[in-house]
Design a protein around this ligand. Structure first.
Ligand SMILES: C[S@@+](CC[C@H](N)C(=O)[O-])C[C@H]1O[C@@H](n2cnc3c(N)ncnc32)[C@H](O)[C@@H]1O
Length: 325
């Protein structure tokens, strides 16, 4: 962990953040291949293993359209849009959209402006955790794709101390409030908490945003039985550190996010990315998975990509009573 980006709280836990990295250091996502960016180039071999050969934003648009009136929407907020590829696809599907992109990184907002040049898009340079409820509630849908793992994570939280002291100190108190408010049992071990992700989802839900989509690397992912022998999955329910250039991310405990959404009166739909980025599990693909993509660069790419489709989960949250179509 980068000491500039971490703080220690009475020896009981520390907060891992990526804020300084995203504000000052990041130049691009090249080495941090998101599912969205991997699928963007039309000729990429990974599109060849999908049931439908298209980019991520189109697949997501089609999936979300099953739950909400996307074709009639005009105002969408995307938080942490990276290169802006997802929104480019959404604009192709629905040219009537007037999206707003909010990002903590000036460099990535610059990339989004390039990708979406010529479209009616507004851009906000802001840490989404500091966004006002009045701003958020104006949107019909808020999207956070592959970024909640960047939000602050409390690492090595001592569950016993947390329960005994009720969370003394700023960060332990913030963690304790979540467990208490949402009636979540405190694990009696050292564990990690996606504190920023919890605070973000709570902020969105309590602002009354009618629909929210979240997609991210999960620490609770499961594999379909047919793939269990092919993909090694580390998913023990504790947010796992992923070391990346200049910062750490943590996998997300989706059950906590879902609990918050349901508490605030949202219906939820949860599943793996593979629900809408659907791999065609042929004998050839099974052979690539069985050999861990050993025989060529493109097979290695396919092997990791297919694993990601099950390690990444999504959560759709819809305010109860919102039928809107
Ligand atoms: C890994 S990239 C994902 C990009 C894109 N959504 C995708 O799927 O390819 C994370 C994005 O979230 C942004 N981000 C990270 N923390 C943020 C925060 N607290 N508020 C707003 N944006 C944030 C980053 O600058 C970056 O654009």
């Amino acid at each position: 962990m980068d000491e500039r980006d971490s703080s220690t709280f009475g020896g009981t836990c520390r907060l891992s953040t990526t804020e300084a990295y995203h504000r000052q250091e990041i130049e691009g996502l090249g080495w941090e291949l998101t599912v969205c960016n991997s699928l963007y180039p039309p000729g990429t071999p990974i599109r060849g293993v999908l049931a439908k050969d298209t980019s991520y934003g189109h697949l997501l648009y089609e999936h979300l359209g099953r739950f909400m009136p996307l074709d009639n929407m005009t105002s969408i907020l995307e938080i942490g849009a990276g290169y802006g590829y997802l929104m480019k696809d959404f604009l192709e599907s629905n040219p009537g959209l007037h999206p707003c992109l909010m990002d903590i990184s000036p460099a990535l907002l610059g990339k989004q402006r390039e990708t979406l040049a010529g479209h009616d898009v507004s851009y906000v340079l802001q840490d989404a955790l500091e966004a006002e409820a009045e701003t958020l509630q104006n949107f019909e849908l808020v999207i956070l794709n592959e970024n909640l793992g960047d939000f602050p994570t409390a690492v090595d939280v001592d569950g016993r101390a947390l329960e005994e002291r009720g969370g003394s100190g700023d960060v332990p108190a913030r963690i304790y409030r979540f467990f208490d408010t949402y009636s979540i049992e405190i694990p009696q071990v050292l564990f990690n908490v996606n504190l920023g992700a919890l605070e973000m989802v709570e902020k969105l839900c309590s602002s009354g945003v009618p629909r929210i989509f979240i997609g991210e690397h999960s620490c609770e992912a499961t594999l379909p039985p047919a793939l269990k022998h092919y993909i090694p999955l580390v998913s023990d329910g504790n947010p796992r550190r992923i070391r990346l250039k200049g910062h750490d991310e943590y996998t997300i405990k989706f059950s906590h996010l879902r609990r918050i959404a349901e508490y605030h009166g949202y219906r939820t739909v949860r599943g793996p990315f593979a629900d809408y980025v659907i791999p065609d599990i042929t004998e050839e693909l099974k052979a690539i998975l069985a050999t861990r993509g050993l025989y060529s660069d493109s097979e290695e790419m396919i092997y990791h990509f297919v694993g990601d489709l099950y390690e990444y989960e999504y959560l759709v949250m819809m305010k109860e009573g919102d039928r809107g179509w």
